[in-house]
Design a protein around this ligand. Structure first.
Ligand code: PEP
Ligand code: MN
Length: 368
């Protein structure tokens, strides 16, 4: 079931956006001096309109620094008074929201560990009813798009229309070289489902290491995402949380100036050349579909033949032979080896499914 989101676009509530939009600030508020000096340096970068800082930190292991708590909200009020920045804070429960509202926090965000729990999201949504505040929703730590869009829907249903998604990558056993897998196909699918929803990319939590921030930031704009959330700290190596991925405001400025910002559409001439090439792609895709359908019909025929003769579906020797011959042919045509393997595995999986259905059908007919 698909519902749509009732959203006020980002550029309507965030009056002036200097493209690209950057949200920045430390992973955690640590002291009034650390916050204010980071914020003052950031406020000199025109793209930075929103200052982020965590004051309640959801830590995976106990005995880590868990944030300064409510006192950090007073420090953030000072930041707000002394700079032109809006303040964004992570909230994980109704009490956090009440405190943030008391201290006039401008924007709330919900962290990846909270979005995995529909109970928590519902509790948060309930206290947001009747409140006019922008909310940014990170993706859940596991690659489950339904949890992400479910959270967006619950919050939207409680009346929050200034709603934004944040892509911060997905937890995996092996996510090297990153801390979290970007799995760009998931935010792209979210964009397809909700074209009016802005998606901010959080390269800091994807990368886990400042070394990769520039490449992930560029990729975000290459994929037409709407902005970045990047952690910054006046003295990153001394940060109490996420030290490896934080950069100084000066490094952030440099990173922004190296970005190539792409637009969605080009000149009339460009668009017409693009259309011409796309027509070729359309024709080729039609051919691909016809060939696949023909192939699957033969798979069916073989399935019936195997079923009549009690022969196994999986024929290991044949499968190994298919992989090696097709990959060597494809590589000669300059196709990527991993891509070919994935494609063949997908086709093989479908073929096995078709033949399994045939055998199950034959079995149930025999029983009758
Ligand atoms: C954070 O933004 O500091 C944070 C805790 O992020 P995430 O919820 O993405 O892990
Ligand atoms: Mn962090």
């Amino acid at each position: 079931m698909r519902t749509s989101l009732d959203i006020i676009p980002l550029n309507e509530w965030l009056d002036s956006i200097d493209e690209p939009l950057i949200i920045s600030g430390p992973c955690s508020a640590e002291s009034p001096v650390q916050l204010l000096s980071t914020a003052k340096a950031l406020s000199k970068i025109p793209n930075v309109k929103i200052f982020r800082a965590g004051i309640w930190k959801p830590r995976t292991r106990p005995d880590s620094f868990e944030g300064v708590g409510v006192v950090g909200l007073q420090w953030l009020q000072t930041v707000k008074q002394k700079t032109n920045l809006r303040i964004a804070v992570e909230v994980a429960n109704p009490r956090h929201i009440e405190e943030c509202l008391k201290y006039e926090v401008d924007i709330l965000w919900i962290g990846a560990r909270t979005v995995v729990s529909p109970f928590s999201i519902q509790e948060i949504s309930n206290v947001l009813r009747g409140v006019d505040i922008p909310v940014m929703v990170k993706n859940p730590i596991n690659p489950d798009i339904k949890l992400w869009l479910g959270a967006l829907e619950r919050i939207n249903k409680s009346g929050i229309k200034k709603l934004v998604a944040i892509h911060r990558g997905f937890n995996a056993f092996d996510s090297a070289p990153y801390r979290n897998l970007p799995m760009w196909e998931i935010p792209i699918e979210l964009k397809r489902l909700f074209p009016n929803l802005s998606i901010i990319v959080d390269p800091s939590h994807i990368c886990g290491n400042r070394e990769y921030l520039a490449e992930i930031s560029q990729k975000a704009f290459d994929l037409n995402m709407d902005g970045l959330m990047i952690e910054s700290h006046i003295d990153p190596d001394k940060a109490l949380t996420d030290a490896n991925q934080q950069i100084t405001p000066l490094e952030l400025k440099q990173l922004i100036s190296n970005l190539i910002i792409r637009k969605e559409k080009g000149s009339v001439e460009f668009q017409s050349k693009l259309e011409e090439l796309r027509t070729k792609i359309d024709d080729l895709d039609n051919e691909l579909i016809k060939v696949l359908a023909k192939r699957m019909n033969i798979v069916k025929e073989i399935g019936e033949y195997k079923s009549d003769n009690n022969i196994t579906i999986l024929q290991l020797k044949r499968w190994v032979e298919i992989i090696s011959s097709r990959i060597s042919k494809g590589v000669k045509q300059k196709l990527n080896k991993e891509f070919l393997l994935k494609l063949l595995q997908l086709v093989h999986k479908e073929s096995i499914q078709i033949q399994t259905d045939i055998m199950n059908q034959a079995k149930s007919e025999k029983r009758k």
